[in-house]
Design a protein around this ligand. Structure first.
Ligand code: MLT
Length: 388
């Protein structure tokens, strides 16, 4: 029985999807798996029991990926599972920026006791008028699961959409409306777009990618939307551009000491993926990834190990060997198994950076002694025996 510790609220439909071989535990130290949303794990020491972390969501900046990889802890995320929820939030952001809907609602609240509120409203409404999205230029930076959906939604709203993604995958390229203009020079987004929305992961490389120069290059009156991560934008430079009126509005899902005191910013408390559907989808997907990894050794959607899929475990047993990505590791692994007289029926080895993962289907059961012998080989840092 595998034990799973949930940080944050993980939808029950997800924990149920783990299945009969799993139970939940309140103790992180006795868990083989952690399920997490946004809670930070950077300060957490992981016990040797921990085998995997499932992030029910896309962003993994709350998880120490390199440290996990070095410990043989496979980290999964759930790309696309909450994309529709975030897409809808971005559309709401554009609509809220285009017209002063919030101001209008507040006006009605303030005047709700006035018996002539209906007549007064007809006079007041000019103060909350705005523009339409149709015909405006929308720039989408990052055309992954969320960005591609936002780009297509922009097309459905009658916008001219410019998409920028130097790492565009075939899968998402196929999903894009053919009228989305895929551009190679990000400068075209700054100079051409009325609305700019960013959908890239928060990494050391993307930190501050919308900086002072990029903001200066944007059109006067641009609306910038950030439902990805606050670290992507130099928010101090942006605060000045908002104050000066160069940027019309910042729609952001990240409340922090800078955004909450910005002029012309609409800040929400990280609500992008907070829909029942998105939470359910993420939890179910993360549970499936954890289960397939723990029961079969397969790795799908990991952010610190390569993909490995040998299907369900049907051989006598499987060995999962984590080793450094250096010469002669596979030779030593297969040599030790063959020397024990065990046939290797099938194997896959996948490297990711400094680390690698080798999954082997064996023709007969091996004893603990062989597992320990493998684990003692220099460069091997974790061995899992997976039995049916
Ligand atoms: C994500 O990274 O998937 C979203 O920001 C939503 C979340 O963190 O739950």
């Amino acid at each position: 029985m595998y034990k799973v510790h949930c940080l944050n609220n993980i939808a029950k439909v997800g924990t149920d999807a783990l299945g009969a071989g799993f139970s939940l535990t309140d103790s992180i130290d006795e868990a083989e798996a952690i399920m997490v949303r946004s809670a930070s794990l950077h300060g957490t020491e992981f016990s040797d029991r921990l085998l995997t972390i499932g992030r029910a969501g896309a962003g993994v900046n709350n998880i120490p990926l390199e440290r996990c990889a070095a410990q043989g802890i496979v980290v999964f995320n759930t790309p696309g599972a909450n994309a529709n929820g975030v897409k809808e939030m971005v559309i709401a952001g554009m609509l809220l920026a285009a017209r002063d809907i919030v101001g209008g609602i507040e006006w009605v609240d303030e005047n709700s006791d006035d018996p002539n509120v209906g007549r007064q409203a007809e006079k007041a409404k000019k103060d909350f008028a705005g523009t339409e999205l149709a015909g405006k230029n929308l720039g989408v930076i990052g055309l992954g699961a969320i960005g591609a959906m936002v780009a297509n939604a922009g097309r459905s709203l009658g916008m001219h959409v410019y998409g920028y993604d130097p790492y565009l995958s075939v899968k998402y390229a196929w999903s894009l409306d053919r009228h989305v203009r895929h551009i190679n020079n990000i400068g075209e987004i700054w100079s051409s777009c009325d609305y700019i929305t960013i959908h890239v992961p928060a990494t050391a490389k993307t930190k501050g990618m919308i900086g002072r120069d990029e903001i200066a290059a944007m059109r006067d009156g641009t609306v910038l939307l950030n439902y990805a991560r606050d670290s992507l934008v130099d928010e101090r430079a942006l605060a000045e551009a908002l104050q000066e009126g160069h940027i019309a509005r910042y729609m952001t899902d990240f409340a922090n000491s800078v955004t909450t005191s910005m002029a012309h910013a609409t800040v929400t408390p990280h609500l992008g993926a907070s829909t029942k559907e998105a939470e359910d989808n993420c939890a179910v997907m993360a549970a499936g990834e954890i289960r397939d990894y723990l029961e079969n050794g397969n790795i799908t959607n990991s952010v610190n190990y390569g993909a490995v899929d040998m299907g369900p475990l049907e051989s006598a047993m499987r060995l999962a060997v984590f080793h450094l990505n250096v010469t002669n590791m596979i030779g030593q692994i297969t040599g030790a198994i063959s020397a024990a007289g065990v046939n290797i029926e099938n194997m896959t080895d996948k490297s990711a950076g400094n680390y690698a993962y080798c999954l082997l289907d064996l023709g007969s059961e091996v004893d603990e002694e062989l597992v320990e012998r493998l684990a003692a080989i220099d460069g091997i840092y974790r061995v899992r025996a997976i039995r049916r």
